[in-house]
Design a protein. Structure first.
Length: 173
């Protein structure tokens, strides 16, 4: 190995070249090299969305609507229930947190065909931020999938990248 390093520059001792090569490799492994500026997201010009309250995001596929303590208290107050009664009736404990229960068909327990969401004004952050979830914001193709599911996607108010990024962070469950 020393012969190969000596060929690079005969006046530099091989141990110095080896040390510098190891340091350079370590910098690369641990990302100590200067980073490139982040690329603008695909939605750099913003995207449009307006909730039509159609309920498509509230019905059908089973899943989890995660709720935080403050949301639990807010929804309980809206329904005129104490928190303990609300929890017994509307929450399920998972390994990591609490989620709203669902109807047997996968619909949200607060969705009604006649009136839509019974708790719309105090709905959880997860509901408030739809469709600005990572699964839909990661690519134009994913956003197009959201548009197939939701009639409000690509219509209504223009959301700018900073707003979108904030909502994605809020729902990083």
């Amino acid at each position: 190995m020393d012969d190969c390093l000596t060929l690079i520059h005969p006046s530099i001792h091989p141990s110095i070249l080896y040390r510098d090569a190891v340091a350079f490799e370590a910098m690369s492994l641990f990302s100590l090299t200067p980073e490139r500026p982040p690329e603008a997201p695909w939605y750099r010009d913003g995207v449009r969305f307006a909730c039509t309250r159609c309920g498509r995001c509230c019905r059908g596929d089973p899943g989890f609507v995660w709720v935080r303590e403050i949301e639990i208290a807010s929804i309980a107050r809206c329904l005129k229930l104490d928190v303990a009664e609300f929890a017994r009736t509307y929450l399920r404990k998972t390994r990591r947190d609490y989620a709203l229960v669902e109807m047997a068909n996968g619909d949200c327990v607060f969705w009604t065909p006649a009136g839509g969401c019974r708790i719309y004004e105090v709905r959880p952050v997860q509901c408030r931020t739809f469709p600005f979830w990572w699964e839909y914001m990661r690519s134009p193709r994913a956003w197009a999938e959201a548009a197939r599911r939701c009639p409000g996607v690509n219509h209504g108010r223009l959301y700018l990248p900073q707003e979108i990024d904030h909502m994605v962070e809020l729902t990083d469950f």
